[in-house]
Design a protein around this ligand. Structure first.
Ligand code: F0G
Length: 458
């Protein structure tokens, strides 16, 4: 049998891409203030801004939409959704929300608040924002191996267990209402978390009697990376690995826009009866009745079906291979990137890609803009624009630890020739990198500035 890992699906419905030329793209980027978030998607050729809510649904999911039960209370679709989530997580209370951050908002409105501290391997920006909005403090405790961008250490997404012990010793269970584990670790390069690390964190949580929650957005991709990379896991069905992760947790938040192939949706799942009761009360206030939680019945159907499809081994083998395929070829062309590859994206290392642009001049932004101009590819700066800030006293940029450019692949949307096109574009830009110039902010909002900022080329 041939060895090529193929897309394990056929294409039934297509969405045309409008081709553009460089001159048109220059005008679009200018109008967008050099911010890729401000582009019209119709002016983008290959959209790798995010893998969230952008995946292609299957024929079964589209059929599920027709089958959705839109009853206000007790919808059949809710019970199907609840069964799918419970089968996977074994958690007692399953509470739908309209997306991941809605689950976070509810959870941290209850357990957050002034004086509280929430450790995580690395908080995603909405998780951090919801924790901070409640008055609590969000702390990132990524493992030290993650600081080295070029090593092939397989689990750079892990939590630093010693640092977690120190945090728990310092604040105790009075101030730490829960520990969180983000799988895969999106803000830290989409890196995988090992089962061994999850178990070590669980043991610490038991010792200090603190609950452990998972931010489970990309649980299936993480489980498959564990299967490929963790000793003793290779022969196990990926669903068993996924279940092992959830069995180690007391609850989770989830965005169904990632590893459930849905365009919208999420949930919060917990064992604790009291916490569930409080969450449902808040849910009714902002999301809706507990059997739909801000979603249509048809969305609940699509999520239930997606949660089953995402764990197909053929799909996951293809999915992880698509990321590896691009990463492998970029490494062969000596393009600087974060290694090893994660599950949903390739992260270019903009500081090494554009060494002549000082970090204050936003090399990640420069690279992301250049890829758009070169080939109509939309990526996402994950660096100083997103996580840094301008010092109000000196007017200087306070830098983030790394300047990465994320190329996040929507699930089941692009084919191998799209990847080859992206590869060629990156390599071409790399060859003439010396001509790329930096940027400075011409406008920025006080919070989450990356979404609405405008930039001037230097
Ligand atoms: N947690 C993680 C790890 C995420 O990556 C995201 C979203 C969320 C929570 C929030 O979920 O968008 O449904 O409210 N990540 C997207 C991204 C936006 O592009 O990485 P949401």
């Amino acid at each position: 049998m041939p060895k090529t890992i193929i897309e394990p699906f056929k294409i039934k419905v297509i969405e045309p891409i409008r081709m553009t030329n460089r001159q048109e793209r220059e005008a679009h980027l200018e109008e967008a203030g050099n911010n890729l978030f401000a582009l019209h998607s119709a002016d983008v050729l290959i959209d790798l801004l995010t893998d969230s809510g952008t995946s292609a649904m299957s024929a079964a999911q589209w059929a599920g939409l027709t089958d959705g039960d839109e009853s206000y209370a007790g919808s059949r679709s809710f019970y199907r959704f609840e069964n799918a989530v419970r089968d996977l997580t074994a958690l007692k209370h399953i509470i739908p929300t309209h997306q991941g951050r809605a689950a976070e908002k509810i959870l941290f409105s209850i357990v957050g608040g002034k004086g509280r501290v929430i450790p995580n391997n690395t908080h995603f920006d909405t998780t951090r924002a919801n924790i901070e909005f409640s008055g609590a403090e969000a702390i990132d405790l990524p493992c030290k191996e993650g600081d080295d961008l070029v090593s092939d250490y397989p689990f750079k997404g892990n939590m630093d267990v010693d640092a977690l012990r120190q945090t728990l010793e310092r604040y105790g269970r009075e101030r730490v209402p829960l520990v969180m584990m983000t799988v895969t670790n999106n803000s830290h390069g989409g890196q995988a978390v090992s089962l061994a690390n999850m178990r070590a964190v669980r043991e610490l949580c038991d010792e200090f009697r603190v609950p452990l929650f998972i931010d489970a957005c990309r649980f299936a991709e993480n489980s498959y990376l564990v299967k490929l990379r963790e000793p003793g896991q290779r022969e196990r069905p990926v669903i068993d690995i996924a279940r092992d992760f959830f069995r180690l947790a007391n609850g989770c938040t989830f965005s169904a826009k990632k590893d459930a192939f849905a365009n919208i949706g999420g949930f919060i799942a917990v064992d604790d009866d009291e916490l569930a009761q409080q969450a449902r009360n808040l849910l009714i206030l902002t999301e809706g009745f507990p059997t739909y939680g801000g979603l249509a019945g048809r969305d609940l159907e699509a999520i239930a079906i997606g949660l089953e499809e995402i764990l197909h081994e053929d799909y996951l083998a293809y999915r992880i291979r698509t990321i590896e395929y691009l990463a492998e070829r970029l490494i062969a062309a000596e393009v600087p990137l974060l290694r090893p590859h994660g599950g949903h994206a390739v992260y270019l290392d903009a500081r090494r890609f554009l060494p002549h642009i000082p970090a204050e001049q936003l090399p990640g932004q420069a690279l992301a803009c250049e890829l758009y101009l070169e080939a109509g590819i939309r990526s996402c700066e994950i660096g100083t624009v997103m996580f840094g800030h301008t010092d109000p006293e000196t007017g200087r940029e306070v830098l983030s630890k790394m300047d990465l450019v994320r190329l996040a692949f929507p699930r089941r949307v692009y084919t191998q020739s799209h990847s080859d096109y992206v590869l060629e574009a990156i390599v071409d830009v790399y060859r003439r990198r010396d001509a790329v110039r930096g940027f400075r902010f011409s406008y920025q909002a006080p919070m989450l500035r990356h979404f609405t900022a405008r930039f001037e080329r230097l």
